[in-house]
Ligand binder design. Structure first.
Ligand SMILES: Nc1ncnc2c1ncn2[C@@H]1O[C@H](COP(=O)(O)OP(=O)(O)OP(=O)(O)O)[C@@H](O)[C@H]1O
Ligand SMILES: [Mg+2]
Length: 315
């Protein structure tokens, strides 16, 4: 019985971990297709992604059926053992009573004790598969919770450069970088770049050559693998991360607007204050050349208007 229960636990844990990977892959395909639905439609690839998704789900369907069969056979054997052992015990008991080795009362006493114990153990063993699943789920949760990011966003360590001495000079000093999930492809190889304070530069290159990666390294979303990235001749790793990021303003390729008013969206640019006046907001909007556009939006008497999704795309 114990062996059966052990086997059930192991098998359940094995199948649920196998199923998890398959479901992850199916989820990835679905997310990819949904997120890029316009491109998918443009390329008329709807049925391709649909078939890929179904194919992966079929795999898990087949393995679920195999699992159900194996587990039910094991469950029935484990449960049947209780009844077979009761039968064997009664046969042995009656044989011993017949030979006057034990009394009838003693036989029933032992029989009841053994049957009760076996039933209890059997009942508990039915929980073994759940135990397997719970162990697997707990392992996943703890793995996630115990993960230590290589760059800690909350870190309070590292220095700041005082305002008067901060120039914003940037140096990529023989930098090598690859994304952690793509160790085989080096994006920056012995990359050298010197940007003087106040200098305006443009990174020009083919798609995928590493322009956005360079910016992400300056924002310190990733750390360089080899070489150094210097801000005002100080290694970026020695600077306080929150301070460093607060010195940078980025308008990304795909700007993100939060689902709140224009005023609040603009005010997010300055984390150091909460009392940013409307006049100041309008001034920066004028500087960024979007004030006239904002005025054209429907129902916008002031900057409290919330963008709808169409406006976000248009902007
Ligand atoms: N998060 C990521 N994980 C893994 N690889 C990535 C990631 N982001 C970008 N890459 C890869 O790194 C390389 C450089 O990408 P990057 O986005 O820096 O290029 P880019 O020059 O900005 O291109 P584009 O002109 O299309 O914006 C590409 O091969 C890209 O596929
Ligand atoms: Mg880019």
């Amino acid at each position: 019985m114990l062996f059966g229960g052990f086997l059930q636990t192991r098998l359940t844990a094995y199948y649920s971990s196998k199923g998890k990977h398959i479901l992850e892959n199916a989820g990835k395909i679905a997310m990819e297709a949904i997120q890029n639905i316009q491109t998918v439609m443009q390329l008329t690839k709807e049925s391709y992604f649909y078939n890929e998704y179904c194919e992966i789900l079929n795999t898990i369907h087949r393995s679920s059926i195999t699992r159900a069969h194996i587990l039910s056979i094991l469950f029935s054997i484990t449960s049947a053992v209780v009844y077979f052992s009761t039968a064997a015990f009664i046969s042995l008991g009656t044989f011993l009573v017949d030979r006057d080795t034990v009394t009838f009362e003693d036989m029933f006493l032992v029989l009841n004790a053994v049957v009760l114990a076996a039933r209890t153990i059997g009942r508990e063993l039915t929980l073994f598969p759940d135990y397997g699943r719970a162990t697997e789920a707990a392992t996943n949760i703890f793995t996630l919770l115990n993960q230590k990011p290589s760059i800690d966003n909350e870190s309070k360590t590292g220095g700041e450069i005082v305002c008067e001495h901060f120039n914003g000079q940037i140096d990529f000093d023989h930098v090598y970088f690859n994304y952690p999930n793509r160790s085989e492809s080096t994006v920056l190889k012995n990359f050298k770049l010197h940007i003087k304070s106040g200098q305006k530069i443009a990174l020009v290159g083919t798609s995928g050559c590493g322009k956005s990666t360079t910016i992400q390294l300056i924002e310190r979303f990733y750390g360089v693998n080899m070489g150094r990235l210097l801000i005002d001749s100080k290694d970026i790793r020695s600077l306080n991360l929150q301070w460093h990021r607060s010195q940078i303003a980025v308008v990304s390729q795909q700007p993100v607007l939060f689902d709140i008013s224009i005023r609040e969206n603009i005010a997010y640019g300055d984390n150091s204050r909460t009392d940013i006046s409307l006049n100041e907001i309008i001034q920066v909007a004028k500087d960024a050349n979007i004030h006239d556009f904002i005025q054209l939006l429907p129902n916008v008497s002031d900057y409290f208007f919330c963008y709808d999704k169409e406006s976000i795309i248009f902007l």
